[in-house]
Design a protein around this ligand. Structure first.
Ligand code: PSV
Ligand code: MN
Length: 388
């Protein structure tokens, strides 16, 4: 059986990064629903993130999205974060929300648009220098809608050229995380549609280029844990954008749609050394809370990741290996299912109490009065939201 002290230490040391945009208003392409008390500035997003960290104890880093979180002084924003016990995390580039990018960004047929996109990516690295962020997260909306619209291979060449230029600009302690997504907004071809394409580019670039797995970016039925195991084996798993999906890129709370899948993913992470901070795997959320209260939804999501991780840590590795070696299919499967079916909530509550936290972070948040306070105080100004 796994050593319970080691399990508790691993859980206590786990970190999950929350997304600044998860605190803002969001919606679908049909409607963005505003919620009272939503932040109006990047600083207010950090104030909310600090509450999530206060009650979970494991979310000190907040990812930024540029230009949604554009400020004049990034060092001052980092200082605001530090005052609240936070750090600024991954810098997410945005080369998808301007008219120029209708036919793509770094893969666009027009060199002038490509130059503009590249300049934004370079600006993001400048921001990383100011914030002390380690990771540049790159997701490209690039692709085509119609057969013949553009040259698929030429677009790969343009992509490689831009990635190379950004790679060369990175400092020694900085990394680029290349994110893939099957489709949307492009519907015929996507320039980085899958882990294989992302992996091929990262492999050519070098050690500072890593693949990021957004759990909502696959075809239905894709075995994501297999991808995770392979990328870890190759030393190319840079991190996760956690969320869950029923249909496409739904961006729902991680672990809500398929907690068993999240467990299977975390089992591969744990088994293959990905939970060790030295492995450098960034566990990030990339979610939007359109119909549910945002801060408690982020807390709930963090707890879902913790529960899946706890179950993965409880897998009896020796019994599993013995059953696998003996070709005992049923026992091997039962070992995994026993861990998955364990109620880990008391263990996590105990770990929280040992850290001086409330055993139930959502209840603690609700009792804190923060929600009432931000609803009362954040009046006037423009709420942060999708595209802002
Ligand atoms: C694209 O769908 C994506 O997953 C990328 O990570 C973007 O940066 C993010 O969503 C925006 O929410
Ligand atoms: Mn993502």
């Amino acid at each position: 059986m796994p050593d319970i002290t080691a399990v508790k230490t691993a859980l206590a040391d786990q970190r999950v990064e929350t997304p600044s945009w998860g605190y803002g208003n969001s919606g679908t392409r049909f409607k963005v629903f505003a919620q009272p008390g939503v932040p109006r500035t990047p600083r207010e997003k950090l104030d909310d993130a600090a509450k999530v960290h206060e009650f979970t104890g494991i979310t000190p880093r907040v990812a930024l999205h540029i230009p949604w979180d554009k400020v004049d002084d990034y060092a001052a924003l980092a200082a605001h974060a530090k005052d609240r016990g936070l750090e600024l995390g991954a810098i997410n580039a945005n080369v998808f929300q301007e008219d120029d990018y209708k036919l793509g960004s770094v893969c666009h047929p027009d060199a002038a648009v490509r130059r503009k996109a590249l300049a934004h990516l370079m600006e993001c690295v400048d921001i990383m220098d100011a914030t002390g962020s380690r990771d540049l997260k790159l997701w490209f909306a690039d692709g085509t809608n119609y057969p013949g619209q553009d040259d698929v291979a030429a677009r790969q060449d343009r992509l490689a050229e831009a990635l190379q230029a950004v790679y060369e600009r990175l400092g020694d302690d900085q990394r680029m995380l290349l994110e893939y997504k099957l489709f949307e907004p492009a519907f015929y071809t996507t320039d980085v549609p899958d882990w294989g394409t992302a992996y091929a580019h990262c492999l050519k670039l070098g050690a500072k280029a890593q693949v990021v797995v957004d759990t909502g970016h696959h075809a239905p039925g894709t075995n994501i844990e297999f991808i995770v195991a392979v990328l870890l084996r190759e030393g190319k798993l840079g991190g996760f954008d956690f969320n869950s999906r029923f249909y496409a890129d739904d961006d729902l709370m991680v672990g809500a749609a398929d907690p068993f899948q999240l467990f299977r993913i975390m089992h591969e992470v744990v088994k293959n050394g990905g939970l060790d901070p030295a492995a450098g795997v960034a566990f990030m959320l990339d979610q939007c809370h359109n119909v549910e209260a945002k801060i408690p939804a982020i807390i709930r999501s963090v707890m879902n990741v913790q529960e899946a991780t706890a179950k993965a840590l409880l897998v009896d590795g020796e019994a599993l290996a013995a059953a696998q070696a003996a070709g005992d299919v049923l026992t091997a499967n039962a070992v995994l299912m026993d861990a998955y079916n364990t109620d880990v909530r008391p263990l996590l509550a105990e770990i929280r109490e040992e850290k001086g936290l409330h055993p139930d972070p959502v209840a603690a948040y609700r009792a804190s009065g923060w929600q009432e306070r931000i609803v009362a105080e954040r009046v006037g100004g423009e709420q942060a939201g999708w595209g802002a």
